[in-house]
Design a binder for this molecule. Sequence first.
Ligand code: XMP
Length: 506
Amino acid sequence: NVLILDFGSQYTQLIARRVRELNIFCEIFPYNNIPSDLSSYKAVILGGSPFSVRSEDAPHPDLSQIRGKMPLLAVCYGAQYLSHFSGGEVAASNTREYGRANLSYIKEDEVFFEGVSANSQVWMSHSDSIKALPTNGVKLASTHDVEFAAYKIEGETTYAIQYHPEVYHSTDGKQMLENFLVKIAQVPQNFTPNAFVEEIVAEMKAKIGNDKVVLGLSGGVDSTVAAVLLNKAIGENLYCIFVNNGLLRKNEFQNVLNQYKGMGLNVKGVDAGERFLSELAGVSDPETKRKIIGRVFIEVFDDESHLLEDVKWLAQGTIYPDVIESVSVKGPSATIKSHHNVGGLPDFMKLQVVEPLRMLFKDEVRRVGASLGIDPELLGRHPFPGPGLSIRILGDITPEKVRILQEVDSVFIEGLKSWGLYDKVWQAGAILLPVNSVGVMGDERTYEKVVALRAVESTDGMTADWVHLPYDFLMKVSNDIINKVRGVNRVVYDISSKPPATIEWE
Ligand code: XMP
C-alpha cells in the first residue's frame, strides 16, 4: 500500500493510476490530512502543486512521521519542498520550464534509473528551480536546463525528481516509478482484479453480515459491477432496483433487465416512465430537468425500497475519482453541470451506505467486471448520463420527441457497432434540436426536426475531442436516419471539442 500526498496538482490522480498499473494499491490523501496511522503504508509519494514553495500560502505538510522513516519519492513541488526547507535553495527559474526535456546526465549504477535509456525524455512543468540540494543531497540526473532534475538524500530512502514521471510524455516514467516502488521500497505487486474481488467480497461479507442491501442499477458499468460483487458476497440479500425513467435508449429497459436477470441478480424493474415524463412536461431549463429527474428518482426508489422489509444498507457504485474530488485540496471543483450523483441520499432513507468500488478507477472497475465474468459488451458500453435523453432533447420534452430521439440514437449507435467504430469512440449519442428545417421528400415540402450527432474521444470526460468519423459512415447514417425516422429531415455532425464546448449540449 502506497500513500500519495496531494498538493493540488492536476497530475496527482495520474500518479495513482500509474502506481495501480504496477498492480500496487495506493491511496491519495490531501497533504493537510495525512492519516495518523501509517503502519499499513510501505512508501509515500509527494505530488506536484500549482504553488511555489516560496509563496506564503504554499502547502506545508508535516512529514515528521514520514521522512527518513519510510521510502519517500518527491515529485516536482515535493522535490522543491524537500530542498527549500532542508538546507537547499529554490528560486524562480530564468526560463519557465514546461514540456519535453531529456536527461543529459544520469548517475551511474543508480537503481532508480535501471532500465532507463540515456537521454530519456521527461516532462517538465515548473516555474521554480532547485538551485542547491538539501543537506546530504546527491545529484542523480540533469537535463540541459535543469541541473538537479533528480536527487536522493544520503542516509535515507528519499528520492526527489523535478519532472513528472506519471505523464505519458515521460517515456521511462513508469519504469522509474517501478524502480522506486518495487526495487527500492520493495512494495509487493499484489493488487490484481482477482485479489481485489477476493478481498472486497470478504470485507463486504463481514461488514454486512445477514443484513439486507438495496441497490439502484442504472445499466451502466459501475452499478452493474457493484451489484455483481455484492451478489457474490451476500447473494439473495441484495435487492436491486432498476428504474425506467422513460429517457433510456430504445428498448434499453427491457434488454438490460433481461441481461441482469440472466446474471443471476435479484432485480426488480420499475417502469416509471410516465411519472417522469409528466413531471417534466413543459420544462426546458437543463438544470431544472436534472433536478426533477433526481427528485423523482429518489421518490420512486424510496417507494420501492419501502416495500422491502428490514433493509439496512444502500449500495452505491461510487468510484475513486468521485471520492478524491470530494476530499481534494481544492475542494469539490466548481459546478458547471450538477452531474455528481454522489451524496444525493435523502435523510429519510436512513440507510447505511456501502460502496464496494470506492477505491477503484474506471478502468479498474472494468477489469474487475471482466474478472467477474460480466459480458464484455456491457463493460464496454459508452457512458450515458443519469438524466438520459432529457438533456439531449433541447427545450421541452414530449413522448413524441423521446420516440424520435430513441429512434435516431438507435440508428446511430447500431451503425457505429456494425461499422466496427463503437469501441473506438468513448461516447456517442444524438441530440434533438428545438428547430424545424425545410426539406423536400418526393415532391413534398417538409418542415421537420433537425438532429445533431455527437461522437467524442476522451479518457475521463473531463476533456474530449470530436471523432473524425469516416465520411462514408456519416453519409450512410444520415441517410438511414432521414429515411427511417419519421419527423426528421436533417442531420448535422457536431465538430466541437471540450473545452470550450461540453460533451452534452445541456
Ligand atoms: P459534459 O457535458 O459535462 O459531460 O461535458 C461530461 C460527461 O458527463 C456526462 N453527464 C452527466 N452524467 N448526469 C450524469 O450522470 C448528468 O446530469 C450529466 N451531464 C453530463 C456526459 O454524458 C459525459 O459523459
